[in-house]
Design a protein around this ligand. Structure first.
Ligand SMILES: [Zn+2]
Length: 120
């Protein structure tokens, strides 16, 4: 399915207020597909990967479809770059104090930390 067709269908459905659930379902599929494309593209062209992510974010905002947490974690909060460990991000596990994973965006330098769940 080509992109133009998707947006055409999206626009018509929204205008006519038809079957919103179907539109959201299409948007979800499209977002998942864009992230899959980004994960492939980042290996050879990080700029292309970032464009896929920007498009996914746009679709998410327009259709109010949430991006799954695990996919959202692969996007830099600040510059919206696609984060791939070893290519566009640096991932470190810190055991000191509260154990966490730190992810550094190599594009803008933003660091995010995720606490690790600890089995008690
Ligand atoms: Zn960044």
């Amino acid at each position: 399915m080509c992109g133009h067709f998707f947006f055409y269908q999206l626009g018509v459905s929204l205008n006519l207020k038809l079957n919103r659930a179907h539109v959201r379902d299409l948007a979800k599929q499209r977002i998942a597909r864009l992230f899959a494309l980004a994960s492939q593209a980042v290996k050879s062209d990080t700029g292309q990967a970032n464009r896929y992510v920007e498009l996914a974010l746009k679709i998410s905002m327009r259709t109010r479809v949430r991006i799954p947490r695990e996919l959202k974690r692969s996007v830099c909060r600040k510059c919206h770059a696609y984060l791939c460990p070893g290519i566009t991000s640096r991932v470190r596990v810190r055991a000191s104090r509260s154990p966490h994973v730190s992810v550094t965006c190599l594009n803008c330098g933003t660091v995010r930390r995720y606490l690790l769940e600890r089995d008690s």
